[in-house]
Design a protein around this ligand. Sequence first.
Ligand SMILES: [Zn+2]
Length: 398
Amino acid sequence: MISNCTRLLFMGCLLIFIHQDSLGQGKKRDHDKNFHSKETVEKYRYKSVHQVKKINLPGIENRKAKNIILMIGDGMGTSQIHAGMIANKGELYLGQFPYAGFITTHSANELITDSAAGATAFATGEKTDNGMLGVNPDNEPLQTIMEIAEYKGLGTGLVVTSTVTHATPAAFAAHQFSRHYYEQIASDLIRNDIDVFIGGGRSHFTDRLDRLNLLEILKERNYTVVDTVIDLEAAHGDKIAGLLYYDNPPSILDGRGDMLLKATKKSIETLGRNDNGFMMMIESSQIDWGNHQNNILYQTEEMLDFDIIIGHVLEFAAMDGETLVIVTSDHETGGLAISGGNLKKGIVHGDYTTNGHTGVMVPVFAYGPSADLFTGIFDNTEIYDKMIEAFDWNGSKP
Ligand SMILES: [Zn+2]
C-alpha cells in the first residue's frame, strides 16, 4: 500500500515535471520554496518598480492604422496585472489605455489553450489544436498577418523574452505541426523574411541536425546579426537578427535587466523607417513561466518589466498618431488569486490553484486608430479580424 502510494506520488511528480518541461519554461529555481514564504514576500523589493508618468494620449480620428504593435503578456490574466499594480503601489501604464475588453481563449481541441494555439488564433484568425503553429488542425498552413504585412511591403518584427523560436513568436512566422520543431521554426523565420527578430535561441540557428549555420544565411541576406544587447543597441541596417542568448534569456530575477526595453526601442527605430508602416509583436514571455512555477515574485517582476515597455510603446503611439497598440494575453497561467498584501508598501500575496494554464477570459487593452473595436467580450480569433480591419485590409489580402 505504502509503496503503491509512493509510486503514484513519484509518477505524479514526473508527469508534472514533463508537463512543465513541455511548456518550455526552463529550469526551476532551487530556492523557489522561499518565495512562497510570507516573510520573503514582505522583505522583497521589486527591481522593476517604476514611476508611471501621465502620458498625453490625443484622441485619434483616423480609422486606418499605419502600424500595429501587438503586445502579448504570456499567461497574463487580470490577477497577474493586478499583482503588478499592487507591487507598483497602485499605478501601471496599462491603466492609461482608453479602451479595454475581454477575450475567450479556448483552442480548437481544448477548453484550455496552450501558447501555440493561442498565438495562432492572433496571427491567423483561426483556431487550431494545442501545440500546432500557423496551421489548422489538419496541418494545412494558414496565412499569418506577418506574411500579409511582408507581401504588402510593411516592416515586420518579433521581440520576445524567450527564444525567438518559442511558440508565441513562432505562430506569426512558422507553419509547423509541433511547437517543438525549433530548428524548422528557425528556418521558417528566415523563409518568411521577418525584418527584425530579437530574443534568445541562437542554438536553433547554429547547432542543428542539418549542420546548416543559419547565421551565415542571415548575413548573406543582409541581416545585421548580433548576440549581445550592447551590439544590438549599436546595430544599423533595415534587417536585424538579435539572437542575444544561446538558449532562453534569463528572468529579471536572474539579471535580464532592460533587454526587452532596448530590443523594443531598436525594433521601433528600425521598422519605423519603412514608409509603408509595420506590424510588430512584442511578447513578455516569462510572465507565463513565473506563474507555472507558482512564483509570485518571478511573475510580478516580469509583469512590471512588461509595463515599462508598455509605457514606452504608448508614448511612441501618442506621438506617432498612426499606430494601433494592443495589449493582451494568450491565456491565464496558474489560476492566480490575490490573497493579501499592502498597497502602500507594494506587497503582494498570491495563491495558485494550478501549475498549468486556466480557461478564464483574459483582458485586452487598445489605443490608436480603430482602438474602439477592442471592447466587450469577444474571441481570441477576432484580435486578428480587428487588426485586419484596422489596417483596412479586408478584401485586399493576397
Ligand atoms: Zn504556459
